[in-house]
Ligand binder design. Structure first.
Ligand code: GRG
Length: 289
């Protein structure tokens, strides 16, 4: 049974999530204002859709460490652009071949495969322009560190590599459990890790704090992907899914352990990371529904 205190913190979390979603959508909609077919395609996937969890994680981490919100929202919006490109490309026929996303046709179904590829390429590239532009609210040194950190987590030895490993699964090579664990880490957990870590980079936090943020991000990222696999398994058990290897009851216990470890990591810090802790507990609460 959920305690009243936990219920309150999850209610507050929903308010915070709404606040970050609105702030992020407002920044993103100012970036893509031209009224042409390509901008419409970008807006279709980027704005007013998606839960904006990564901008939330960055904001929660950064504001707990004294970073001003404007900076958190700017970097969070760039993360959302990169996240959205990954979803658009993941949905393509040559990747996961998904015909819907966010309760509507996926971008290639609505605008064609060529435009979907280009929209993904465009917003990925724009994210780095946005992070490095002249009217920057961050010092050049911090901007450079942010860009370097994001690229090292999400490029060809991070998120993109995770996706490539998944693509190696075919009729002659079946992924092992170890492969799947690795894919979960690279494809999903690294993104959560970097979102949480960037609050530490923006605040120039000591290494000890950054390491705690990294460990927290990794554990909630792994828990998030296992939750996602459990949810997907009900719809389609043919895709790459950890539920084909481990019983769901065992996986639910694993999610609880990952969240507990994540929370314990931040509780040993002198900073007040309550918003991140509420997010972790919210992930755990989903498995009991
Ligand atoms: C570079 C093509 C390419 C892919 C990278 C991130 C990724 C790999 C693929 C996206 C598909 C996927 C199932 C990723 C696993 C992580 C995950 C569950 C993403 C969805 O995140 P949410 O639920 O997304 O936060 P919303 O829709 O809310 O934005």
């Amino acid at each position: 049974m959920m305690t009243k205190q936990k219920n309150n913190s999850i209610n507050n979390l929903h308010k915070y999530l709404k606040y970050v979603q609105n702030s992020t959508n407002s920044i993103l909609s100012q970036l893509y204002t031209n009224n042409n077919k390509f901008m419409n395609a970008i807006n279709y996937s980027l704005i007013n859709s998606g839960k904006k969890y990564r901008p939330f994680l960055l904001w929660a981490s950064g504001t707990s460490l004294g970073v001003n919100e404007e900076q958190c929202f700017k970097v969070g919006a760039a993360l959302e652009m990169i996240h959205t490109y990954s979803l658009i490309h993941d949905d393509l026929p040559s990747m996961d071949n998904d015909s819907s996303r966010h309760g509507k046709p996926s971008l290639h179904k609505e605008y064609g495969e060529n435009i979907a590829i280009l929209a993904g390429d465009g917003i990925l590239t724009d994210a780095f322009e946005f992070l490095s532009n002249d009217n920057n609210i961050m010092t050049p040194n911090i901007s450079l560190k942010i860009i370097n950190t994001i690229s090292s987590y999400l490029g060809s030895s991070g998120m993109v590599f995770g996706q490539a490993l998944e693509m190696f699964s075919n009729s002659s090579y079946k992924l092992t459990l170890e492969d799947i664990r690795n894919i979960h880490y690279l494809k999903t957990a690294k993104f959560m890790e970097v979102a949480v870590l960037l609050g530490g980079v923006l605040s120039n936090a000591p290494l000890e704090i950054k390491n705690k943020l990294i460990l927290f991000g990794k554990n909630i990222g792994l828990a998030f992907q296992v939750c996602d696999d459990i949810e997907d398994f009900a719809d389609d058990n043919h895709k790459v899914n950890i539920c084909n290897f481990i019983p769901i009851t065992t996986l639910k216990k694993e999610i609880e352990n990952l969240v507990e470890e994540a929370v314990a990591t931040l509780k040993t810090s002198n900073n007040d990371f309550d918003k991140l802790i509420s997010f972790a507990n919210f992930l755990k609460s989903n498995i009991h529904q």
